[in-house]
Design a binder for this molecule. Structure first.
Ligand SMILES: [Zn+2]
Length: 341
């Protein structure tokens, strides 16, 4: 073994190591258990004493010098690596940050607020009611005959025999009248549930807004004027409303309310919204059936009268924004929803 050649080769490899991991491999090669230098030291015992002393001194000197060299190179590399890490990890606060996406109101919530704002402007009080309610409030006290079809389990979600997911916001009418004497000017909004098969105009969960007015001398004229004010606020100042006879268990007379089409005027093409009729149905309403006053204390049908109306928020949103299928409102596809942000 040429000790000088071995040492100079090892020195070159130590100097050339460019990282801590590479240097460690070099150390194993030249100073590890299987390195030629170490093996030679182990074989000293087989030499005669004279030779062993001289050879041992040479080998040990070579090993010490290489160990020092490795240690020095290891310190250099560690410093350089620390330096590099500090440089690359530095936080530059002047760089542009990541801007969090900004949230916005869902179209159903936005429409709900727009509609309620109109009635707040009319001086109505906002009232909340439970989404799970009793058969008494959801049907009985609203004058639904025991055989009324909407009571069936095919139409309504029953929690148990006498508790349902409310099918409309109308129970709030009874709860409001129970809570205090007339006059009443109130509006309520919230989710309702029906066992409808989802299609373009129905979903099993939907949002209803309802209003109730009870006072002395309230007439159908007040109802029409109120709804005209609402229609103009939501669908445009040029709108007219018309009432068509209808039936609801808790109003008498009952009407369906149409608003003059707000889409025909936009351009001359055949109108998708009203199908050329010129009128669009927006809600149901009527004069409070005097029977309802019999379910609460302090309301004398000889002294007070009133009206009520209810509408679907999804329908109003769909009409205002020409949305062909209200299921889109519940699918939460951001590409769709962001249009209304
Ligand atoms: Zn039209």
């Amino acid at each position: 073994m040429d000790l000088d050649a071995l040492v100079s080769d090892a020195q070159a490899r130590i100097a050339a190591a460019t990282g801590s991991a590479a240097l460690e491999q070099v150390r194993i090669d030249v100073l590890g258990r299987k390195a030629p230098l170490v093996l030679a030291l182990r074989e000293l015992g087989s030499l005669d004493p004279e030779e062993r002393r001289a050879r041992g001194a040479d080998l040990n000197r070579a090993r010490r010098s290489l160990e020092e060299l490795v240690d020095r190179r290891a310190r250099e590399l560690a410093e350089a690596e620390l330096e590099e890490r500090l440089r690359s990890d530095r936080l530059d606060v002047t760089l542009p940050g990541i801007v969090p996406p900004r949230g916005y109101t869902h179209l159903i919530e936005g429409t709900r607020r727009d509609i309620l704002d109109v009635f707040v402007g009319f001086g109505y009080r906002m009232v909340d009611g439970p989404e799970i309610d009793t058969v008494h409030y959801n049907f009985d006290a609203l004058n639904h005959a025991p055989t009324h079809p909407s009571r069936q389990v095919t139409d309504t979600f029953y929690v148990c025999d006498d508790v349902v997911l409310r099918t409309h916001t109308s129970p709030v009418q009874i709860r409001t009248m129970e809570a205090g004497p007339p006059p009443v000017y109130m509006a309520t909004a919230g989710r309702c549930y029906r066992r409808d098969t989802p299609d373009a105009t129905h979903t099993a969960m939907f949002t209803q807004i309802e209003g109730l007015v009870v006072d002395r001398g309230i007439t159908l004229g007040h109802l029409k004027g109120t709804l005209l004010g609402f229609a103009r606020a939501i669908f445009g100042a040029e709108r007219e409303v018309r009432l068509r006879p209808h039936f609801f268990p808790f109003t008498e007379p009952s009407v369906e309310v149409d608003v003059s089409c707000f889409n025909c005027a936009r351009d001359g093409s055949p109108c998708r919204v009203c199908r050329g009729e010129g009128w669009v149905e927006i809600l149901g309403a009527g004069m409070v059936d005097p029977n309802l006053y019999g379910y609460v204390d302090g309301y004398d049908p000889e002294e007070v009268s009133g009206f009520a109306f209810g509408m679907g928020v999804e329908r109003v949103a769909g009409l205002r924004h020409d949305i062909p299928d209200i299921r889109l409102l519940w699918e939460n596809d951001l590409r769709f929803m962001e249009q209304f942000g």
